[in-house]
Ligand binder design. Structure first.
Ligand code: NDP
Ligand code: 2IT
Length: 450
């Protein structure tokens, strides 16, 4: 079946230079091969060609004034990828590396991730190449307001519901929501990740990290194992990493690393979570400051690490939680992890492992949870926020956490049962991709040529 190469060739011609997007598309297209061979309906309905083309791509100029009164210009994006099973849903990323390829890969992944949750949410993603680092709070507010001046006309509680991602947390969501409300006069659940006292849901802050740990527990429990007593490697030091570390302690594991764009901390006694929260959530400083409190911990600066890959993956451990960014775990890192005894990987970030690294994990038959399954707890809890907003109710922490738990179990069961159905019982890449694809593709067939 030549459809994979044909599709990639077509994408390279129509959307040149989008390497991250081709990477995400190729993984899915390869995984669903056994389903397409068994069931001709999907190729007959031209689902593949339709699925890799976003329904709508909005690219806009964001013009704002910095603190010196100088006019700054950034690029804004919202890619509404697929609405077959529900309104577009997905975060916004503010990072200087953002471009059309990155937003498109994230929107494509989101479409499958959202399907896998079992909830009625389509896929979208957006963001900007705006760099929040070094910007004052007033500049961030002006940027968010300028960004929303264009985005507001494309979103709505049953149309497209953005949320956070890298560089977008509660503060940015607040500024964007405030501007949306000013422009439209409407108080609706158009964003998730909102503040708790103005429509946000309990557990949303913790959800992605907690969910990634629940997913790891599901994988390990299925082979009569657990995280209890395990040493764990975590990358990143943002929202996902922090709440992964918090939950790891709660289940009896010991997280010994975290990292940011400047370097890695290795603390064999276990990462000091209260300090990490203070450094990153309160002060917003580099991880190197961790050493001021724990001079015996090890800090490896990115600049001092000449090898291929990252220092964070080179320490002995049994489980790993990549929670920073795409392609942060290379083939060389994967070899080091396997050689050092890792038996479980649960991806908090989106597409953190390169294709070659994934091949090694699959071949080793370890418990490998791909991002679109393992990190779906964030968006799933966003959907719980939408449900609470729509019904004008609030659930307590235990209620939302209980639902998150059930949703993660459901994602694992769907992925694992589908993997078994296609005779690759340990391959959750295949299982999650086919399970997610089937739901979207069936909906597209039923809805006709739209
Ligand atoms: P944050 O902005 O809170 O934190 C990102 C962390 O990753 C920071 O420590 C940052 O370092 C580091 N990082 C980001 N980009 C790079 C880079 N290019 N190189 C090295 N380090 C980098 O983001 P989140 O924690 O929300 O997101 C982390 C990952 O999880 C992303 O892949 C995101 O798409 C994914 N995700 C997030 C969800 C959510 O609910 N927030 C849901 C599902 C997935 P520094 O501080 O130095 O910039
Ligand atoms: O990648 C993701 O799933 C997110 N950044 C969260 C999306 C959401 O809508 O909560």
């Amino acid at each position: 079946m030549p459809y994979v190469q044909e599709t990639l060739n077509r994408l390279q011609k129509s959307s040149p230079g989008q390497t991250e997007f081709y990477q995400a598309a190729e993984e899915v297209l390869e995984s669903i091969r056994p389903l397409l061979e068994a069931d001709r309906r999907y190729l007959d309905a031209n689902i593949i060609e339709r699925l890799v083309e976003p329904e709508r791509q909005i690219i806009f100029r964001v013009t704002w004034l910095d603190d010196k009164g100088k006019i700054q210009v950034n690029k804004g994006f919202r890619i509404q990828f697929n609405s077959a099973i529900g309104p577009y849903k997905g975060g916004l990323r503010f990072h200087p590396s953002v471009n059309a390829s990155i937003i498109k890969f994230l929107g494509f992944e989101q479409t499958f991730k959202n399907s896998l949750t079992g909830l009625a949410i389509g896929g979208g993603k957006g963001g900007s190449d705006f760099n929040p680092k070094g910007r004052s709070s007033a500049e961030i507010m002006r940027f968010c307001q300028a960004f929303m001046c264009e985005l507001y006309r494309h979103i709505g509680a049953t149309i497209d519901v953005p949320a956070g991602d890298i560089g977008v947390g509660a503060r940015e969501v607040g500024y964007m929501y405030g501007q949306y409300k000013r422009l439209t006069g409407s108080y609706e659940g158009v964003f998730t990740g909102k503040g708790i006292n103005w429509g946000g849901s309990l557990v949303r802050t913790e959800a992605t990290g907690y969910g990634a740990v629940y997913f790891a527990e599901n994988m390990l429990n299925s082979i009569n194992n657990s995280l209890d007593g395990k040493t764990c490697l975590v990358s990143g030091a943002g929202n996902v990493a922090i709440y992964t570390i918090e939950k790891l302690y709660q289940v009896g594991a010991k997280p010994v690393t975290c990292s940011d764009s400047q370097g890695t901390i290795y603390h064999p006694e276990g990462i000091d979570l209260a300090l990490l929260k203070d450094l990153k959530e309160v002060q917003g400083v580099s991880l190197v400051d961790y050493l001021k409190t724990h001079p015996k911990a090890q800090y490896i600066a990115v600049a001092d690490y000449p090898q291929d890959g990252q220092a964070v993956w080179r320490f002995p451990a049994q489980a790993a939680f990549p929670s920073a960014t795409q392609n942060e775990l290379t083939e060389a890192d994967a070899k080091a992890l396997l050689a050092n005894g890792v038996i479980c990987i649960s991806e908090g970030a989106n597409m953190p492992s390169t294709a070659k690294a994934i091949d090694l994990f699959i071949a080793a038959k370890i418990a490998y949870g791909p991002g679109k399954a393992a990190n779906a707890g964030g968006v799933a809890t966003s959907q719980l926020e939408m449900a609470q907003n729509a019904s004008m109710t609030y659930w307590d922490f235990e209620e939302v956490d209980r639902r998150l738990h059930c949703i993660m179990q459901g994602i694992f069961d769907r992925s694992s049962e589908t993997a078994k159905e296609f005779n690759e019982p340990t391959n959750l890449v295949l299982g999650s991709n086919i399970a997610a694809f089937r739901k979207i593709a069936d909906a597209m067939i039923q809805q006709g040529a739209v």
